[in-house]
Design a protein around this ligand. Structure first.
Ligand code: SAH
Length: 258
């Protein structure tokens, strides 16, 4: 026989269980509704960014002469807004450089596409970038199928960009240090891209370029303008430079300025 006290305890236990169950169901429903709302919001935002990227391709890249389908596809696929500070994300797809902190800038989309196109990359090539900055150019190189190595001299930028590229899923090896000396352990490279202005071509970077390789950099007066310069090394190791137009980049610091 169950006593009165035990009976009450049992009823209370059943009521508590029913309550807990109801509470759990309500929580589950709320959570599902929130997840669904986030999903819809995310899709809407993704569509908005995608539309902006499409415009960037049609208005800023194609009319100015970017023709490589691979480069245009990479520019379409890499979410540039993820590489600029949150406060100025609305400007992510404007064709202009933007500040990324420490007085540095992410290059304008046209220049990124142009430099990438001039490199004439093939999948699996080993590429060294000097000046990782936000990581955007590096992500484009990785998207193009390059085995990408990138060096950044500023410790804070290097730390942040390593995290950003990892979170976004780009396979880029980033090292903090003066890119003037290159990255000996991984040399030689098929391509070298310097995304900071220098008044001469760093000798170690030329030495780490394979025969048949290409190196590109903004070369000239680091305080004013530079000329986009492409250096090609032939199979005998001789180099030939060609100039492609005026640009303005932040200066390469460290040994390049001594
Ligand atoms: N490619 C970057 C933009 C480059 S801005 C992007 O896509 O966002 C130039 C970068 O070069 C800056 O981050 C600057 O800190 C870095 N830099 C300058 N001198 C350097 C050097 N000697 N070695 C490596 N990085 C350098």
């Amino acid at each position: 026989m169950i006593s009165q006290g035990k009976n009450t305890k049992l009823t209370t236990a059943i009521m508590t269980a029913t309550h807990t169950k109801k509470f759990l169901i309500i929580r589950l429903l709320c959570f599902s509704a929130l997840a669904f709302f986030m999903f819809v919001l995310n899709s809407a935002l993704a569509e908005k960014w995608e539309e902006k990227r499409r415009r960037m391709i049609e208005v800023d890249l194609k009319p100015r002469g970017i023709t490589s389908t691979e480069v245009l596809k990479a520019m379409m696929d890499v979410p540039r807004y993820e590489f600029v500070p949150e406060s100025i994300r609305g400007l992510a797809y404007a064709d202009r450089p933007l500040p990324i902190g420490e007085g540095q800038t992410i290059s304008q989309p046209y220049v990124v596409a142009w430099m990438s196109e001039m490199l004439e990359l093939e999948k699996g090539m080993k590429v060294l970038e000097i000046g990782t900055g936000s990581g955007y150019q590096a992500a484009i190189l990785a998207e193009l199928g390059a085995h990408t190595f990138s060096m950044e001299i500023r410790p804070n930028l290097a730390r942040d960009v390593k995290i950003r590229l990892r979170l976004l899923g780009y396979r880029v090896q980033v090292r903090q240090g003066d890119g003037y000396y290159g990255w000996k352990e991984h040399a030689p490279f098929d391509r070298v891209i310097i995304t900071a202005a220098a008044n001469h071509v760093p000798r170690p970077l030329l030495d780490q370029l394979k025969p048949g390789g290409k190196l590109i950099l903004p070369l000239g007066n680091v305080r004013y303008y530079q000329n986009m310069t492409l250096i090609e090394k032939n199979s005998e190791g001789e180099t030939r430079a060609s100039q492609h137009g005026q640009v303005r980049f932040v200066p390469m610091v460290g040994r390049a300025q001594e």
